[in-house]
Write a protein that binds this ligand. Structure first.
Ligand SMILES: [Zn+2]
Length: 140
C-alpha cells in the first residue's frame, strides 16, 4: 500500500534500523520504544490484521520474534523479561494497520504495562468457560 509507513520501510523509502530481513519478514527498531531493544517484526506483505495473515507467515513472524528475544537477552541491552505483543484492531491499541508483533524487553520499574493481572479479573463459572470453549472449537 502506498500510504503505509511499514510498506515504505519495506521498500526502503522510509528510514528504519533493520535487525532482520528475509523474503517474508522484516524486523526493525520501534521509533517510540518502551525500552531500548524494542523491535517490530512485520510481514512483507501488507496484511492489516490477523484475519488477513496466512498462518504460515504468522508462524514465521513468531519464529523471528523468538530469535530477536534471544539475541537481546544475549546482548548487553538490559532485559529482565519480555513481552511479545500483537495489537489487532484499534480497540486493542493497533495504530499502524500493517500487522506487527512487538518484541519488548521489560525492566522492573519501567512503568509500561498491561493490566493482565488475574487479581483484577473476575473468574467466570465453568459453564461459561465451557460455552466459550465450544464456540471457539466449532470455528477451528
Ligand atoms: Zn503496509
Amino acid at each position: 500500500m502506498d500510504d503505509c509507513i511499514f510498506c515504505s520501510i519495506i521498500r526502503r523509502e522510509a528510514q528504519a534500523s533493520v535487525v532482520y530481513e528475509d523474503d517474508e519478514v522484516l524486523a526493525f527498531m520501534d521509533i517510540f520504544p518502551v525500552n531500548p531493544g524494542h523491535t517490530l517484526v512485520i510481514p512483507k506483505g501488507h496484511y492489516p490484521s490477523l484475519r488477513d495473515l496466512p498462518p504460515a507467515i504468522g508462524g514465521r513472524i513468531f519464529q523471528v520474534a523468538m530469535q530477536i528475544e534471544r539475541a537481546i537477552r544475549n546482548s548487553d541491552i538490559p532485559d529482565e523479561g519480555t513481552n511479545l505483543l500483537l495489537a489487532d484492531g484499534a480497540v486493542a491499541g493497533q495504530e499502524v494497520f500493517h500487522l506487527h508483533l512487538h518484541v519488548i524487553p521489560r525492566l522492573s520499574g519501567d512503568r509500561a504495562g498491561f493490566r493482565f493481572s488475574s487479581a483484577n479479573r473476575a473468574m467466570p463459572n465453568r459453564f461459561a468457560l465451557d460455552g466459550q470453549a465450544a464456540k471457539i472449537k466449532a470455528g477451528m
